[in-house]
Design a protein. Structure first.
Length: 268
């Protein structure tokens, strides 16, 4: 029998080369994510599509700047936002103050480090594009334990566009293949092995294209995303952007062909 938790763990470690750092710990990265209008609109749309009751409490794991927590707080009794990045918490607190919201509780810790008592039970538990847990089995079991009604996970199928960049450029720049983060196939099989038979829905209309004001900005951003400290490989990045990107005047756009999925189950 396949140990899907080990498959998840080993694949995750290989994809990060052993590092599990949060890329949004830095103020600049958190601010850049927060100011994306596309991300905000997608969060509003997904929150509006949820069938929830005003009396419910919702747990949002990996809440970021409030992409789902803020619109959900307008629809439910209470939201608990779990977010380990202090830079993201700062953005979330700013939005809470701006909107005068009083029903969001923030737990600024990693999901793995929170006890059941600290979090408490919630009607609905959500983890939106935040499943970078080394022990996924325990992370999922805790979600299932603390959900009174339903758990909803948002994740990816196939090779996401942000992984495609690495798949395409790693061999040329680093001389090795890039191992992708474990995707929804591993997640579904892990849930199945736990006796959780989830529904899987491919999301329609969700896309987050990368837009750069100029080719030079695109090169700089991909250099940062690839962890490069100098301009040695700028030629390869430029060629990649010219080949894969779409020009809109001076702007360069990398289209997003990622398949986004929603995995959910009712708690028994």
């Amino acid at each position: 029998m396949i140990d899907w938790n080990s498959v998840w763990k080993l694949t995750l470690l290989a994809s990060r080369q052993g590092s599990l750092e949060n890329g949004y710990d830095k103020e600049e990265a958190a601010e850049r994510y927060d100011r994306s209008e596309i991300v905000r609109q997608d969060g509003e749309r997904r929150a509006a599509a949820l069938e929830i009751d005003p009396s419910w409490s919702v747990l949002d794991i990996g809440a970021g700047p409030g992409t789902l927590a803020l619109p959900l707080a307008r629809r439910v009794r209470q939201v608990t936002a779990v977010e380990p990045s202090l830079a993201m918490v700062k953005r979330l607190e700013m939005h809470i103050a701006e909107e005068g919201i009083s029903n969001i509780r923030i737990l600024s810790k990693k999901w793995e480090d929170l006890s059941d008592e600290e979090v408490g039970e919630h009607d609905l538990v959500i983890a939106s594009y935040s499943l970078s847990f080394l022990d996924m089995r325990e992370a999922l079991l805790k979600m299932d334990r603390l959900a009174k009604r339903q758990v909803i996970l948002y994740w990816f199928a196939g090779v996401p566009s942000w992984e495609r960049i690495r798949v395409d450029l790693y061999p040329r720049i680093f001389g090795r293949e890039h191992v992708c983060h474990p995707m929804s196939d591993v997640l579904y099989n892990l849930l199945y092995s736990l006796g959780i038979y989830a529904d899987v829905q491919v999301l329609q209309g969700t896309a987050f294209p990368r837009e750069y004001e100029s080719l030079e900005e695109g090169i700089s951003e991909l250099r940062r995303a690839l962890g490069l400290s100098d301009q040695e490989h700028d030629g390869a990045i430029r060629e990649y952007l010219e080949r894969r990107g779409r020009l809109d005047g001076e702007r360069v756009i990398l289209e997003d062909d990622t398949v986004y999925v929603r995995i959910s189950w009712r708690v028994r």
